[in-house]
Design a protein around this ligand. Sequence first.
Ligand code: PLP
Length: 525
Amino acid sequence: MSMLNVGRPTAPEALPDNDYKHPTLTGGRGLLQDEALIFEMGAWDKTGVDLDEVDLDLSDLGGLTRDEAIGLPGLSEPEAMRHYVRLSQKNHAIDLAIYPLGSCTMKHNPRLNERMARLPGFADVHPLQPQSTVQGALQLMDSLAHWLKTLTGMPAVALSPKAGAHGELCGLLAIRAAHEAKGQGHRKTVLVPTSAHGTNPATAAFVGYRVKEVAQTADGRVDVADLAGKLGPDTAAIMVTNPNTCGLFERDVVEIARLTHEAGAYFYADGANFNAIVGRVRPGDLGVDAMHINLHKTFSTPHGGGGPGAGPVVLSEALAPFAPAPWVVSDGQGGFRLEEREAGEAAQAFGRMCVFHGQMGMYVRALSYMLSHGSDGLRQVAEDAVLNANYLKARLETEMTAAFPEGPCMHEALFDDRWLDGTGITTLDVAKALIDEGFHPMTMYFPLVVRGAMLIEPTETEPRAELDRFAEALLALARAAKAGELERFKGAPYHAPLRRLDETRAARQPKLRWRPESPTALAAE
Ligand SMILES: *Cc1c(COP(=O)(O)O)cnc(C)c1O
């Protein structure tokens, strides 16, 4: 996580009258205190732990021994606890309300998963332990691999990638290795549809491929004629998301796979949207060669700050020999071992994706989720996710313009900003106003192919009452926008702990170091 010093709340006098008439004396709001950076709290000599004095012989460090104070802030246990709990209250969480970020599948993380992940036999194992002492953990990895292969209809899976984007890298490295093994290393182009997630072209470029865009049809799908014209002897792979990032199923996916294979290229599927089809469609049956699965999306393991993600990649027969080490091998009599080295059976492995075996805690959570749902339950997950998205699409279409109004959507409902024409209000303004109403905004301005895109993915874990609350808030805002209530939108959010931040600048010029000499320079300019 990067530490972005994006500043303190805007001075209260800058707020319009109607929203925050009475600035507080302390910066606190309601029961929420204003929170300083941990470095600003000013205690350097305190610790919550009593450590024995050490008398170490540090001579091995030569001249590298630190002779200044290390400069870590000191807090007692209750102070540290309060600091982090207060910070957490400034942010949104799936445990607070709907988190309708399109393409992110922010579903409830069942507590059963957490219970399982904390079992000492999983939580306390060390990656360097002798394999004979971690047979249960290896068996769990083997079971998870079995479920992932069965659900996708694919013969092999590399478990170790640590996120969707890392899985994309794994898939393209396997594709590159397969081409090289066939003497086809000259294939240098990867085709990516215009609606793709940014990680797709970024991954292809990172692996050294040229990226060529494939056009989209008026109804939001891959333009097959354009694809056919661009496939050629130089094409290494095509990367297609299905359902795509417009929330639509690629009807021509079998034809896309056929054309791709006919051109001697591989079909990489971005499986981030697998939640919409899990238990209903097996990507292997569609002709996919490699696909990552975001365990933190489809299989309910926490995202980002809630814990590391995991992006296992399923592989077709053609790509399986190039899968990265390690993988679990069953001896058929209840014993398991890890194939660790790129030799013997694994001689063609392209290498490895990480030092050890991937995110053990995520494997436990994902398998716990699969076993508690069962195969019929997983199928219902997909059906309910699609139903919830269509419910929101139908309710919101009364005031907002659906980007692709024809027919139902899959797991997410996509709107454009035509309904805001003439109001002077933008997608960003609507998102910020939603924060004031107590809702985390939808994904904005993605996919890029839709003007002012608002991509809403409720997931199957939202009850109807929560969908209604969200829809009613958004519909009320839509009516306010059309009625010309500019101020409500242009200054929003008024009620959030922080107002509008310069996010671009924070991302491009992150201040990663706190400097005690100029604390005021920390404020975002
Ligand atoms: C989330 C997502 C990714 C990247 O996955 P990470 O786990 O965030 O790296 C790639 N493609 C699509 C369509 C996604 O929604």
